[in-house]
Design a protein around this ligand. Structure first.
Ligand code: NAP
Length: 283
C-alpha cells in the first residue's frame, strides 16, 4: 500500500502560510487574470484562482474580453497591466480562441509579472537554474515531493510527456535536483521498458489508464499530473490508480494531488512578484 501524496492538504497549509505572510508583510499583492472568450473549463479555473487569492489576501482582478476582441486589443490590455504598480502578476488564461498567437501574447507579458513562468526569459532562467518563478504545475510536484521527504538526488526520474508547461520544466527541475532524468513522449517506442526503470515516475500526458501496474517498478514514487475524464465523466489521471497504488511507495491521487498544488504555486509566485517589486527577495 502506497503512502498518498496529499496535495490537497499540503496546498491548504501553503495557503495558510501565504495568508499569514501577506498579512504580516504589509504588501498588497495583485494578480490580473485575463480571459478571452467563454471557454467553460477556463471559467472554472479562473473562478477557483480568484477564490484562492481571496483566501490569501491577494487582490485578483479579472479582465474579460470577448472572443472576437482581437490580438491587438489583448496586447494593449497586457501593455497596460505591465505598467500598473498594483498588479504584480499577469496570467492569460489558455487556451486562447482561434486567431490569437499564444506565443505572441505570452511574450508581451513583462517577465517580472509572468507568474505562469511561460515567458522565454523565464523559460531560459529555469534552464540554467537561476529563476525568479517556476511554472506552477512542476513546481507543485517538487514541493509535494519535498514535503514527504522524497529526494530526487541520484534517483532515476522518468517524465512521460514533454510539453513546455509541464514535462520539459519538470524534467529540468528534477535534473537541478540531481536526478537522472529520462523524458518520454508519443514517439517513445517501448514506453513500459523505460517507465519500469523509474524510481520517480511523473505522468503528464492526458490519457486515461496509460500507466498500468506492469509499467511501474515496485516501490516507485508515482506522480500523476494529468486531469482526464473517464467514460463516466469522473476526474482521473494517466495512472491506473487502483492497480498501481498497491505496488507504489508513494502516489498522488487525482483529484487531490498535483491540481491543488498547482493552484497554491500560483499564489506563491504572485507573492514572490510583489516582494520583488519592492526589492524583497523570496525567502
Ligand atoms: P500536452 O501539451 O498535450 O502534452 C502531452 C504530452 O504527452 C506530449 O508531450 C505528448 O507527446 C505526450 N504523449 C501523448 N501520448 C503519449 C503516449 N501514448 N505515450 C507517451 N507520451 C505521450 O499536455 P500538457 O499540457 O502537458 O498536460 C498533460 C496532462 O496534465 C493533461 O491531462 C492536463 O490536463 C494535465 N495538467 C494538469 C495540471 C494540474 O494542475 N494538475 C496542469 C497542467 C496540465 P508529443 O510531444 O510527442 O506529442
Amino acid at each position: 500500500m502506497a503512502i498518498i501524496l496529499d496535495g490537497k492538504a499540503l496546498a491548504e497549509e501553503i495557503k495558510e502560510k501565504l495568508r499569514v505572510e501577506v498579512a504580516q508583510s504589509g504588501l498588497h499583492p495583485g494578480l490580473a487574470v485575463v480571459v478571452v472568450g467563454d471557454n467553460p473549463a477556463s471559467r472554472i479555473y479562473v473562478d477557483s484562482k480568484k477564490k484562492d487569492c481571496a483566501v490569501c489576501g491577494i487582490k485578483s482582478e479579472e479582465i474579460a474580453l470577448p472572443a472576437d476582441a482581437g490580438e491587438e486589443k489583448l496586447l494593449a490590455v497586457i501593455a497596460e497591466l505591465n505598467q500598473r504598480p498594483d498588479i504584480h502578476g499577469i496570467l492569460v488564461q489558455l487556451p486562447l480562441p482561434e486567431g490569437y498567437s499564444e506565443q505572441k501574447v505570452i511574450q508581451a507579458i513583462a517577465p517580472e509579472k509572468d507568474v505562469d513562468a511561460f515567458h522565454l526569459i523565464n523559460v531560459g532562467r529555469i534552464m540554467v537554474g537561476n529563476y525568479a518563478f517556476l511554472p506552477c504545475t512542476p513546481a507543485g510536484v517538487m514541493e509535494l515531493l519535498d514535503h514527504y521527504g522524497i529526494d530526487p538526488k541520484g534517483k532515476h526520474c522518468v517524465v512521460v510527456g514533454r510539453s513546455d508547461i509541464v514535462g520539459k520544466p519538470q524534467a529540468m527541475m528534477m535534473l537541478h535536483r540531481h536526478a537522472t532524468v529520462t523524458i518520454c513522449h508519443s514517439r517513445t517506442p517501448d514506453l513500459s521498458a523505460i517507465t519500469r526503470q523509474a524510481d520517480i515516475l511523473v505522468a503528464a500526458v492526458g490519457k486515461v489508464n496509460l500507466i498500468t501496474a506492469d509499467m511501474v517498478k515496485p516501490g516507485a514514487v508515482v506522480v500523476d499530473v494529468a486531469m482526464n475524464r473517464d467514460e463516466n465523466g469522473k476526474l482521473c489521471g494517466d495512472v491506473d490508480f487502483a492497480n498501481v497504488e498497491p505496488i507504489a511507495s508513494y502516489i498522488t491521487p487525482v483529484p487531490g494531488g498535483v491540481g491543488p498544488m498547482t493552484r497554491a504555486m500560483l499564489l506563491e509566485n504572485t507573492l514572490t512578484a510583489a516582494k520583488a517589486a519592492v526589492g524583497l527577495q523570496k525567502e
